[in-house]
Ligand binder design. Structure first.
Ligand code: PEP
Ligand code: MG
Length: 579
């Protein structure tokens, strides 16, 4: 059975029915009709072709008048295709032989047809695949409005297949508990959708490039988020194999869970703090269950990516209070909103930017939207009365941003004090090191804050100039590049000389391949998605500090990512078999 490889981003195996969403969230349910409806469905197909043709002719003529015949020939392709009787005949054939509804027959036929173009060698013909998609949308539009369906309307748990899913869409799907797993054409291992999937425990494979043209709604899919594999319509043997893999995964997890209450320390007694990363307070118990001794990263921007208006100070206070109460007397690092980049609310009135990851993102956005920023800081500071709350500013790339953010924080604290609120004072302030600029100037930053947290997800994308969510360059995105390892080494040293604590909270922190190296580099605090904690702890408990330092020295002598990875794989295998 067809098997597609992509990037596994959330370990877990799931089998279920697929629902394919296209970029406009059009869902085409697998619907069959009775024999006496066949004529009606065929009539719908013929009418849709006629209506689409009627649309295309004036569009081509208008474009020709504005931009010349050459460009207008894009619609010429549509026009010729729609006039050809063969596609219509084949679609009607599907209605007759398989009793498909008009919409479903169109979508099945068009997907196959699109795939033929995509597999052609000529870039020109591959481009035509987009035209085929466009024609499909036109036809579907004309067979009836009922094919349009919002994500939130899914009724049974399904595997969502889409070109891409935004974090916002995933949040909405998760809320309805109707998503078993997902597979997307686009995306990379540290896109925020991927991170969210791992946090929520939703098995997922991204970066599959063309999964949407291989799957039709109603197909059965296996999504193997551990190995980054999707199997379309598995046969009985494959199903059995994946069922047993899923069971094995559960067994391994159960063994690791026994480690929950043992200390996270090396064989020679060096402590390494393991913290959880969360997007919502509801994830706190999951982190504690896996053995987290606090929360090292609360990505608060997800509160702003949900339906409805932005949460005000009071609503945020309730959320932070709930988080801190669940965390108890353990640390809770609340990161101020890191909006922008790939975290944009579709209805939030954001201006489109050409390079959103280099644009008005994160702390830059907060400093330009002071009313929102102040409301958030007030809510965080108020919640600090309840426990060990720390504030962290994301994407600081120059010291002035830190000073400005601290200035606003101090102002808010003065206001709250005057109004008689209780809170923690001074409240520890941290800076995320996510840009090469911050890494290079870590010493100065460390002198003006209490802790640094290395955000490798962004640090990698900005250092290597590789978009973290673009599957086309996903093979260039790697934490194992010597430049990244040297930057981390520098930040750890600079933090110590500036008297600031240092931790790491990007996905690299939870990847077991890097655990020994990170300990060797001097990190004693790692923050990660809950699911990674047990395995990372297992590795820490299997090594000595001398092992870790030896590994670090060797890794720092390598020139290529490949050498680093091969060596780290071997070293990790030595301490804990084949993971
Ligand atoms: C990071 O960049 O490593 C990080 C932890 O922040 P985020 O993934 O939310 O951008
Ligand atoms: Mg980041």
């Amino acid at each position: 059975m067809p098997l597609k490889r992509g990037i596994g981003v959330s370990a877990g195996v799931v089998i279920g029915d697929a629902v394919v969403l296209d970029t406009e969230e059009v869902r085409i349910p697998r619907r069959t009709v009775s024999k006496n409806e066949i004529a009606h469905e065929m009539e719908l197909v013929n009418k849709a072709f006629a209506a689409a043709q009627a649309e295309v002719v004036p569009e081509r003529e208008a474009l020709a008048a504005r931009a010349g015949n050459e460009l207008a020939d894009i619609f010429g392709f549509h026009e010729r295709w729609l006039a050809d009787p063969k596609p219509r005949k084949e679609i009607c054939g599907l209605i007759e032989s398989r009793l498909y509804s008009a919409a479903y027959a169109i979508s099945v036929f068009m997907r196959k047809y699109r795939r033929r173009f995509q597999e052609m060698n000529s870039p020109y013909l591959q481009e035509r695949a987009k035209d085929v998609l466009d024609i499909e949308r036109r036809l579907l539009h004309h067979v009836g409005g009922e094919v349009r369906s919002e994500l939130a309307e899914l009724e049974t748990p399904v595997i969502v297949v889409a070109h891409d899913l935004t974090p916002t869409q995933l949040v909405m799907l998760e809320k309805t508990k109707r998503i078993l797993g997902f597979a997307t054409d686009a995306g990379g291992s540290t896109s925020h959708t991927a991170i969210l999937a791992a946090g929520l425990g939703i098995p997922a494979v991204v970066g599959l490039e063309d999964i949407t043209s291989h799957v039709s709604s109603g197909d059965t899919l296996v999504v193997d988020g551990l190995h980054g594999v999707v199997v379309i319509n598995p046969d009985a043997a494959q199903r059995e194999d994946y069922d047993s893999q899923a069971a094995h995964l559960l067994e391994v997890r159960a063994t690791l869970e026994e480690l929950r209450d043992v200390a996270s320390e090396t064989r020679d007694g060096e402590r390494v703090e393991l913290l959880g990363n969360i997007e919502f307070p509801s994830e706190v118990p999951g982190c504690l269950e896996k053995g987290a001794t606090g929360i090292g990263l609360f990505r608060t921007e997800f509160l702003f990516l949900q339906d409805g208006p932005h949460p005000d100070e009071e609503a945020q206070y309730e959320v932070y209070r709930s988080a801190v109460e669940q965390v108890g007397d353990r640390p809770l690092v609340i990161r101020t909103m890191d909006l922008g980049g790939d975290k944009i609310h579709p209805g939030g009135g954001w201006e489109a930017e050409k390079n959103p990851f280099l644009g008005l993102r994160s702390i830059r956005y907060s400093l330009q939207n002071l009313t929102m920023f102040r409301a958030q800081l007030r809510a965080i500071v108020r919640a600090s009365a309840k426990g060990d709350v720390r504030v962290m500013f994301p994407l600081i790339s120059r010291i002035m941003e830190l000073r400005q953010a601290k200035f606003v924080l101090n102002l808010v604290m003065e206001e709250l004090e005057e109004a008689g609120y209780e809170f923690r004072s001074p409240i520890p302030v941290g800076v995320m090191v996510e840009t090469p600029a911050a890494a290079i100037c870590a010493r100065e930053l460390a002198q003006e804050c209490d802790f640094l947290s290395i955000g490798t997800n962004d640090l990698i994308q900005y250092t290597l100039a590789v978009d973290r969510s673009n599957e086309r360059v996903a093979q260039l995105y790697t934490p194992a590049d010597p430049s990244i390892i040297r930057l981390i080494r520098g930040v750890v040293r600079d933090a110590a000389s500036g008297d600031a604590k240092v931790s790491i909270c990007g996905e690299m922190a939870g990847d077991p391949i890097f655990t020994i190296l990170l300990v060797g580099l001097g990190l004693r605090s790692l923050s990660m998605a809950a699911s990674h904690i047990p395995l990372v702890k297992k590795i820490i408990r299997s090594i000595t500090l001398a092992d870790a330092e030896r590994v670090k020295r060797r890794v720092l002598s390598f020139e290529t990512e490949r050498e680093v990875l091969n060596y780290l794989r071997d070293e990790t295998r030595k301490v804990w078999g084949d993971i």
